[in-house]
Design a protein around this ligand. Sequence first.
Ligand code: F42
Length: 142
Amino acid sequence: MSEYIPSPTGWVAEQVELYEGSGGKEGTTLRGMPVIIVTNRGRRTGATRKTPLMRVADGANYVLVASRGGAPTHPVWYYNLKADPSVEIRDGTEVTAMRVREVDDASERARLWALSVEAYPPYDEYQEKTDRTIPVFLAEPV
Ligand code: F42
């Protein structure tokens, strides 16, 4: 296992610490809605990165929404996942090896976007706030 480098954003690093430190029993929500932890590799450092995201389930798959609160640029993890699509996803106490792909097909994206907004309504506001089209990944069990 490569070195784990926590997020430089304090509240995000704290959520990861609580979530992972409790084996998925604590720190599992944001604004009362469920969160997953994506473990991935940094594309330059090769280090282990851990990114909490809202939990958007599609059967056994998960939708990962690179919203970054509607910021003008993609989150850095977007580029990490494009470079290396192998991830582990922790959903509560369950950890699953998965592979992600960015969803380019317009109708598939529309379906997954609707699912995402249903799970976490603020995504709609985030998309309105920014000129970029917020990227959507689908994570599928390996
Ligand atoms: N973010 C979302 O985009 N969507 C969500 O649904 C979401 C939900 C969520 C729930 C709970 C929570 O605690 C946080 C949540 N976030 C959500 C925030 C999310 O976890 C990320 O913090 C946010 O998206 C920003 O991601 P980021 O990758 O841009 O993070 C920045 C602050 C960051 O960590 N930057 C690092 C740094 O040191 O500046 C870079 C780390 C990195 O990956 N480096 C790479 C490496 O090789 O290690 C190199 C990358 C490169 O290309 O240079």
